[in-house]
Design a protein around this ligand. Sequence first.
Ligand SMILES: Cc1ncc(COP(=O)(O)O)c(C=O)c1O
Length: 276
Amino acid sequence: MDDPTVYLNGTFLPLSQAKVSVLDRGFLFGDGIYEVLFYHRGKPIAAADHIARLKHSLNEVGIAYPDVDLLAISNELIAKQQLSDAKVYWQITRGAEAVRYHVPKPDTKPTIFIMAEYEKPVDIDAGPAAVKAITLPDLRWHRCDIKSLLLLPNCMAKMQAKQAGCAEAILHRDGVVTEGTSTSLLIVKDGKLVTHPANHWILGGITRLNLIAIAKEHDIDVCEATFTVEDMMAADEVMLGGTTTLVAGVTHVDNTPINDGQVGPITRQLFQWYFA
Ligand SMILES: Cc1ncc(COP(=O)(O)O)c(C=O)c1O
């Protein structure tokens, strides 16, 4: 659709007509929070988890949870565009003010923006994508648990990955792997699924959360612990999890194959269970 309907501050309107003030704090300071949901066959995946994370992020930065039904609006956008597989973007900034000043006024009205975008239908039979990645130092702040609009370090790292012909940059702090620029990172070693603990150094990924739950349901040992780049290179499998990435197998990191350089069996299995 050339000019899809989007939602902005209580109104459904064409994307081309959706405008916000240049004094919006999201624009000036990155003062806002976002979420991305995946709709599969017209239905949102793990909507309650996304709402819970949005509440956490808004609460941490002191923006009130909006008094609108974000999911109902999203469903309406999906219906209006007749989408089946799609991603839905929610953005809530602290809002626009009369002057640019670091400290916001307490009564500033948040800006709420929602859009739905077409995604190629997931081919479940094809299994997880095989991707290559590079490693880079994690240059982000200390509150990565907040899904804020401050994505410049993520964008810079992802651009470097693209330049290197890779799909993702795997970030590390002094050699400790945190996550990808827009994905959670999980490894498999000796049958055990290992991923960084959900603390302030990573975004608590919803896909990560669900993969952990699914793995446990199928009696796969899960360990939420830190591991190094070296551990990752020696892993049996490395995978990425994310709302739009879904589950992808990392076959090469920094041009070096992981194990035999193929998507591993547990990655394949988790992908299938995720859609079961
Ligand atoms: C930094 C980061 N980590 C992990 C993820 C994956 O989280 P989710 O599975 O909730 O999409 C994202 C998603 O955008 C992300 O930006």
